[in-house]
Design a protein. Structure first.
Length: 86
């Protein structure tokens, strides 16, 4: 795998993990989250499995719905137990 591809996959992996944890911490099912932001549930599932590359617009919608800035979802850290004000 080329360096650019590896870096992209790492970023997708971080986003996927952060989305899963942040969504679950708010008690939202994938279907509820997808409806909230106007995405297909299967598409959201693909994002959470790091199988989909998303647009900046979708990233912004997801981040806003979870109470984060978009860049926070791309940063490797653990959202477990963390709460953000909406």
């Amino acid at each position: 795998m080329e360096t650019e591809d590896l870096l992209e996959q790492q970023l997708l992996d971080v986003l996927a993990a952060n989305l899963r944890v942040a969504r679950a911490a708010r008690g939202l099912k994938q279907e509820d989250m997808a409806d909230l932001v106007g995405l297909n549930r299967n598409y959201l599932g693909g994002i959470e499995r790091a199988e989909r590359n998303i647009t900046l617009g979708s990233l912004a919608k997801l981040a806003h719905a979870l109470g984060y800035a978009p860049h926070e979802l791309l940063r490797p850290h653990n959202f477990a137990g963390e709460t953000k004000a909406d």
